[in-house]
Design a protein around this ligand. Structure first.
Ligand code: ATP
Ligand code: MG
Length: 229
């Protein structure tokens, strides 16, 4: 745009989330607004239970807010049907989880192909792209390994490749180094740094100070709110 202002790729406004249990209501988010510009690297930090994962799930359309709105590339998630929301998640967003969530019976290559198959990408194309992505994360020689035959660091790199499969606009990651040792965690940080340098927008929840130090912006949370940094 000529004025230099770039429309956000991700925009959460006044997000609230309450969980109702038998005797108790937990206000996990109490009015959170977060706007992410294209190409940004954002780290969400804060003590356990402050609402980080809840926020990421709302931003990624995995769960619906009790109040407020989330827009991805200008589309408000609350306006979409379940089918449209599923399609948007599959094609616009890539998720990376603390415990990898790979399918154990599938090979590394097949795990990366899966979201492309769900999105209707033709077989030859998805195989080629999955190989290119394995190469990108430095695991070209592990294509035929089942998920259970990979190390934790390798599993997480396959999970990152899977998150990239449908060329998402935004990568959302929840504690991606949480299960990794220090050396393997550093490899993942280097991969995220390269991803961001290659243009990816990253929103990462983390306890890892090294990861937060890599991000272009740190968003501190406390007790269901974003606090000033
Ligand atoms: N499904 C749920 N049902 C009821 N309460 C929930 C649910 N999910 C989260 N909560 C509560 O909401 C609050 C925020 O949880 P959340 O998982 O977002 O925290 P977090 O910042 O990610 O913590 P951690 O760093 O430990 O992962 C917590 O008090 C938690 O107990
Ligand atoms: Mg969490």
């Amino acid at each position: 745009m000529s004025d230099g202002i770039r429309a956000p790729v991700l925009d959460g406004r006044n997000l609230r989330k309450s969980y109702h249990l038998a005797e108790q209501t937990v206000q996990a988010l109490r009015g959170v607004s977060l706007s992410v510009a294209p190409g940004e690297y954002v780290a969400i930090v804060g003590p356990s239970g402050c609402g980080k994962s809840t926020l990421l799930q709302l931003l990624g359309g995995i769960d619906a807010p009790t109040g407020g709105t989330v827009s991805v590339l200008g589309t408000e998630l609350g306006q979409l049907s379940d089918r449209e929301l599923t399609h948007l998640r599959l094609t616009r967003l890539g998720f990376v989880f603390q415990r990898f969530h790979l399918l154990p019976v599938l090979t590394a290559l097949e795990n990366i192909e899966l979201p492309m198959a769900e999105a209707g990408v033709a077989r030859a194309e998805r195989r080629e792209r999955a190989r290119a992505l394995l190469d990108y994360v430095g695991l070209a020689d592990r294509a035929a390994h089942r998920a259970t035959q990979l190390s934790g660091g390798e599993m997480q790199r396959v999970a990152v490749a899977r998150a990239l499969a449908n060329r998402p606009a935004i990568i959302l990651a929840d504690e991606p180094t949480g299960e990794l040792d220090a050396a393997t965690g550093r490899e993942l940080l280097a991969l995220f740094r390269r991803l961001n340098a290659d243009g990816a927008t990253l929103v990462v929840v983390t306890h890892d100070e090294r990861l937060a130090a890599e991000a272009g912006r740190v968003v501190p949370m406390l007790d269901g709110m974003i606090t000033c940094s």
